[in-house]
Design a protein around this ligand. Sequence first.
Ligand code: WTA
Length: 662
Amino acid sequence: MSDEDADVELEARLREQEYFRPPSKFVGQANASDPAIHDEVGEFPEGFEAYAELLDWDEHWDETFDGSNPPFFEWFVGGKLNASYNCVDRHLGERKNQTALLWEGEDGEQENITYQDLYREVNEMAAALRDVGVEEDDVVTIHLPMVPALPVTMLACARIGAPHSVVFAGFSASALAERVDSADSDYVVTIDGYYRRGEFLEHVEKADTALEEADRDPQVLCWTRHDEVHDSADVSDEYTMVPELLEDHRRETVEPVSRDAEDPLFLMYTSGTTGKPKGCQHRTGGYLAYAAATSKHVLDIKPEDTYWCAADIGWITGHSYIVYGPLALGTTSVMYEGTPDYPHKSRMWEIAERYDVDIFHTSPTAVRMFMKWGEEHVEGYDFDFRHMTTVGEPIQPEAWLWYYKHIGDEDAVIVDTWWQTETGGHLITNLPALDDMKPGSAGKPAPGIEPALVDDEGEELEPAAGKAGNLIITRPWPGMLQTVYGNPERFIDTYWADFSDTDSDDWTDWNYKAGDGAVHAQDGYWRILGRLDDVMNVAGHRLGTMELESAVAEVEAVAEAAVAAREHTEKGEVPDVYVVLREGVEQSEEVREDIIEAVEDEIGAFARPANVHFVDDLPKTRSGKIMRRLLENISNDADLGDTTTLRDPSVPERIREQVQGD
Ligand code: WTA
């Protein structure tokens, strides 16, 4: 099928989807209920001042936007503020004894942390961090699971102006070591362990191995999951135990450091097209303003709500929409340690009922899983969401409709939000009271955001033409990343070079490349098709093909490897590995296991390959470039298409016979 036919077919499928009106009881109470918001925020750049005004500033900014040195844009220049003050201290006046975090452990343990408690804990941790030597601008690497220590440590870092770099707990020791080195970080915060499916999972050992592998020699601070170190965990004497350290700082307060709006708040490493993940650097003022405003307008969060984002704080969704946005607005957030099916498949709905959650936020992967488990696991639980968000991947209309009916009771809005680690917050999403919902479409641009589609040559496609193209954003916004930590060239190359006039110092000549394909339908709704580069999306986790390939290449028996994304009904995509073994090495179960283990060691268990195929050769162009697209077609039972330009056109056919006969 030609691309053109594909466009037409897709457009037809999109048109078939009916619109769903937001329920009037939602519209009547929504934070964003006046369509004028688009024009108001769209006044560039002054419109975004309303976002910054949601925060408390120590000093007002002089200039809203400075575009004089593209693409290093600056926001709210000259302003000063502290993120921890905005997420904690400023709420004490009105709601000090309101719950900030409702934490639920997998083992059923519960903690109810008020804003006053959070204030105390963040201050004590800030004092503790200073005690071990953390200074303003030192990067603190945090490798913690979903326990209260995680947001507390992040906010403590923010309080003393130390940018944090949170590494998802599921990442391996090697991934941790790589991020410690890349961020020049001298501090690692970890924990003895946590609960996963009823087992106490030792976690601190990853820090042990990371220290052996890293070039730097960071100090390690270790929290404990219970009051004492768990029997099964072995914590090195060299590590500072956080509970003991906190004892020395009971009731201490630490003045929040007044940070420039442009001072970095955090780094978040994310996968790209090369082997090494990049540290997206987010600024304090613009990021916090954008996270707070989108939490208010898109997620419709109010202080009196109980809000639950079931993502992990170790990814950007948790940063913006568990920690910074919701806490800046002073709401009550639920945080859950464990997996959704432990000890039973109704765990999520049991929690939703217990805390009477109003707003629920999850991923399409999770929705597909709930759908597979069946509605019988939902029935009988008494909860009533008014708002449900999805994020991270395209949601298929079937899954959307199931979510709408069985979780939302046809009485809640669904908001499909498109954004990225780099963008800090939502960029394409409906404002739920203002736009009708359309299953499978992220919807319209968020206020002030100007997306466009271009072809591979950078020519802009006609708007609302129903054609697929490269998604770009033509105007800066406050939540955008500042740079790639320590690598401004990579920042320019990755996000700007392809579709900007890089010789120009006029910011309007610069366009941000999202790396996603999209269709702009005739009704003005955007549908995101997925990554155009070598990045895959496994259960909502972004993984670089090259990262996976370099992990596989570590195995001695492997001569050459390529990774292709295979479509998967629940996870969206899973990695298939194609390997050519070295001369004289026989394929065996042992080599297969070595390969899988290498991926788990280098990246983490969540990246585990679905299949390992041993092949004689990989499909290559005449210049020797591996044609991953063909492998992807093979993995997905699609047509091979044109293979005549290959060095050896018989290769893909042979692989196909082998794999599909598997
Ligand atoms: C994909 C997650 C379709 C997309 C916040 C993007 C989506 C990548 C959606 C970023 C959506 C995110 N519909 N695709 N609503 N949201 N994506 O950095 O490919 O982990 O580029 O940020 O996820 O993933 P990241």
